[in-house]
Design a binder for this molecule. Structure first.
Ligand SMILES: NC(=O)c1ccc[n+]([C@@H]2O[C@H](COP(=O)([O-])OP(=O)(O)OC[C@H]3O[C@@H](n4cnc5c(N)ncnc54)[C@H](OP(=O)(O)O)[C@@H]3O)[C@@H](O)[C@H]2O)c1
Length: 272
């Protein structure tokens, strides 16, 4: 794997180191007490797919292995390291317990852990689990790392399940009028709790509510130079047409040649 990128925008540079590229953004200092900095990161194919499904199999969607790269994951973790709070969801907790997905709830790499220490962040971020169903297992690693965990749901979520989580000691944030979490209500509550750099590691539904309600500050997008097809697929957003909330300004663009092998990828950064 080439650890060098070519910077294309805003300034051209033939060789830029991948390592530390996103850490240099100092996201933990971008937000303030009044306006937390909310950011997300997605990997998409050229034909706009972030996950595909095996048609007629009734199995969960998945990210095809051949579009993932170690360089994309290392930048994902650099973004992760700068968060004081992660937003994930019930679907991820189910996938984690069934070992369909790996654990990304903690910062484990020694250099990133050290970076957090020297930049005044707690050893591990707080974790928000958004869920309408409230049916998911908790993961032991959260208590092992003494992470603050909140469950976010809507006011019309099942009262019995809300009580079950509260009785187990998990604070429940009511962040939506129905069963679903809404972006503005959730970020308002996280602001009151004092979180400033909030990393959305959720999928298209949570991205949709954040963008639709103008709560996303920045989108990082890795665009792999691959067409992947697939009859059933997921793309970045799920909801009805937007009316300008999704307009973005390109802040930077990097190119990595021959990664994945035989192709390449762009690393894009957009502000909203
Ligand atoms: N390529 C990429 O960068 C990328 C990034 C993210 C995800 N993906 C992939 O895309 C596919 C779908 O993504 P996903 O499963 O992460 O996300 P998703 O389909 O958007 O959401 C899954 C679950 O999140 C909870 N949820 C989402 N929005 C909510 C809201 N507003 N309020 C309350 N709960 C909410 C629900 O949990 P409950 O059922 O518990 O209510 C829902 O079942 C997966 O295959 C995933 O691996 C790809």
């Amino acid at each position: 794997m080439s650890e060098q990128l070519c910077a294309l925008y805003p300034h051209f540079s033939e060789r830029v180191s991948l390592c530390g590229l996103y850490l240099a953004h100092r996201l933990q200092r971008q937000g303030g007490a009044e306006t937390p900095f909310v950011y997300a990161n997605f990997l998409s194919s050229l034909d706009g797919r972030i996950a595909i499904e095996d048609s007629g199999q009734n199995t969960p969607p998945y990210i095809p292995k051949h579009i993932t790269t170690a360089s994309d994951f290392s930048l994902f973790m650099e973004l992760h390291a700068q968060a004081d709070c992660l937003i994930t969801h019930g679907g991820y907790m189910r996938a984690l317990s069934e070992q369909r997905l790996g654990n990304i709830l903690q910062v484990n790499k020694a250099d990133l852990a050290e970076w957090r220490r020297s930049n005044g962040l707690k050893a591990q971020p707080a974790v928000i689990i958004a869920s309408a169903s409230l049916e998911f297992p908790m993961h032991a690693s959260l208590s092992e790392h003494r992470q603050q965990v909140y469950i976010a749901t809507g006011k019309k979520a099942d009262a019995g399940r809300v009580r079950q989580w509260q009785e187990q000691g998990y604070p429940v944030l009511f962040s939506g009028e129905q069963q679903m979490v809404q972006g503005q209500a959730l970020i308002g509550q996280l602001k009151k709790l004092g979180y400033r750099s909030i990393y959305l590691i959720a999928g298209p539904k949570m991205l949709d509510t954040m963008v639709r309600e103008r709560q996303l500050s920045r989108l990082y997008l890795t665009l792999t130079h691959q067409l992947i097809g697939g009859l059933d697929f997921r793309t970045l957003l799920t909801g009805p047409a937007l009316a300008g909330q999704g307009d973005m300004i390109l802040k930077s663009l990097y190119y990595q040649q021959d990664t994945p092998a035989g192709s390449g990828q762009f690393f894009l950064q957009f502000d909203l």
